[in-house]
Write a protein that binds this ligand. Structure first.
Ligand code: C2O
Ligand code: CU
Length: 456
């Protein structure tokens, strides 16, 4: 049987194709396994994950959001260097779409790679309930693989009744700590799913961490695993995994895995971010004859997305971003639109995390950047928690970490900044518009860790 997550609902988005329908709505999902009762979720088309949208690089996607939820929503196309008006950020690039209403998204996709889509209104609730899907943009010359497999990992918080623990949503204690961490791991909406493969096959696995807040890490054991791309952008050097790969919320990785093993055997994929190693999924090698006797000797090759230009930091605009607050963060006051509030007044508004002393979305951007200029953002984490910083509309490069220069770092759209860490990122501000910059631990976003830049 083809599992729903593996069968790719290809949505053609050619110039003259009909609009894709993206319909968030309630549904039922077998999250806790086939024997357990289905769990009420919210999903695109009522499914979790939502349909895979798959197009060629450079195509135009036309998607109609039809809101069949009972609260306003939007769609954000995470990682796409998109036209700003289509970025889907409620309150910044558009108004949230009310229940029963529609909104048409039309945009082109300049980069090939693995991206995803999710709501950008009450994301802490809507993503947690299952609203997300994969967006695959195919290369002009894709790497030679036998099979292309999505691997969307999520961390659910289920109650004793096996249903989504709703009472904990918006729970302030979680907002001030590491966010709403779950107790149930799924891959493609399933518990420990079996991924059918052939011996000798070379597969491309597209990993996404769609969890609200949990940093995940996956270990493929003995299998030779090449890192092909991170956050949708090809890595420059041939690199193999040793140990697990860590994915902060919203980060992606494309891996090339050569399947080696006996017919009928099972190879586990372990989640190793905590001391309890959890089986996340397993490859099941078919009884059929192997596809080849030995894995291909040569690594896979993926050409860079040509539109990315490496930033030069001389003459750059320097921007500081100091993260403060949260539990054990010692914040005593903060500002909203220049007005100082006590921590108690801020807590009453459920705001506890600050960027440069300001909490939550401000009228003024973090920085105004002239289009085409290189921007360097120096992030300093003075909180007791790591943060997964995501910049909309761009990919950036880490150029310094802990005071030491970093060369040849991968392009990313989301970077983990650890406790007490300092990280400097750089990018050329080529894409005009109002771009959100926030922690992708969605409870942290909601509780203050959000700002924006204005490129004009
Ligand atoms: Cu994945 Cu601001 O979003
Ligand atoms: Cu955070």
């Amino acid at each position: 049987m083809l599992l729903p997550g593996w069968s790719v609902a290809v949505a053609e988005a050619a110039e003259n194709a009909a609009r894709l329908l993206i319909e968030p709505k309630p549904g039922l999902a077998p999250l806790a396994g086939a024997e357990a009762p289905s769990v009420p979720i919210w999903g695109y088309g009522g499914h979790v994950p939502g349909p895979v949208i798959r197009v060629k690089r450079g195509s135009t996607i036309r998607a109609r959001l039809k809101n069949s939820l009972d609260q306003p929503t939007t769609v954000h196309w995470h990682g796409i260097r998109i036209d700003n008006a289509m970025d889907g950020v409620a309150g910044l690039t558009q108004d949230a779409i009310r229940p029963g209403e529609t909104f048409d998204y039309t945009f082109t996709v300049p980069d090939a790679g693995t991206f995803w889509y999710h709501p950008h209104n009450r994301s802490w609730e809507q993503v947690a309930r299952g609203l997300y899907g994969l967006l695959i943009v195919d290369e002009d010359i894709p790497p030679a693989v036998d099979r292309d497999i999505p691997f969307i990992a999520d961390d659910w918080l289920l109650g004793k009744d096996g249903k989504i623990d709703e009472r904990s949503m918006g729970h302030f204690g979680q907002w001030t700590h590491g966010g709403r961490l779950g107790n149930w791991l799924t891959v493609n909406g399933l518990t420990d799913p079996e991924i059918p493969v052939l011996a000798g096959e070379r597969i491309r696995l597209r990993l996404v961490n769609s969890a609200n807040a949990r940093i995940l890490a996956f270990d493929f054991g003995e299998l030779r695993t090449q890192i092909l791309a991170l956050d949708g952008q090809p890595v420059e050097k041939t690199e193999f995994l040793s140990g697990g790969i860590t994915l902060a919320p919203a980060q992606r990785a494309d891996l090339i895995i050569d399947i080696v093993g006996k017919a009928g055997s099972k190879i586990p994929v372990m989640e190793v971010s905590t001391r309890d190693r959890i089986k996340a999924a397993q490859f099941v090698i078919s009884e059929k004859p192997p596809l080849r006797n030995a894995p291909p000797a040569e690594p896979a090759i993926l050409e860079a997305n040509t539109l990315l230009r490496p930033p030069k930091t001389d003459g750059a605009q320097h921007i500081d971003l100091v993260m403060e607050g949260g539990a054990m963060g010692g914040l005593s006051q903060g500002t909203i639109d220049g007005k100082t509030l006590t921590i108690q007044e801020l807590v009453d508004k459920k705001l506890v995390w600050a960027f440069n002393g300001a909490l939550g979305m401000q009228k003024e951007p973090l920085a105004r950047i002239k289009r085409g200029r290189t921007a360097v953002i120096n992030m300093v984490n003075r909180t007791a928690f790591p943060h997964a910083m995501h910049l909309h509309g761009y990919h950036f490069r880490v150029v310094e970490r802990g005071g030491k220069p970093v060369y040849g770092a991968p392009w990313r759209d989301t970077e983990l900044v650890d406790v007490d860490e300092q990280v400097r990122i750089a990018f050329i501000a080529e894409n005009p518009g109002k771009w959100l910059f926030h922690c992708h631990m969605l409870e942290h976003t909601a509780a203050g860790m959000v700002t924006w830049i204005d490129v004009a």
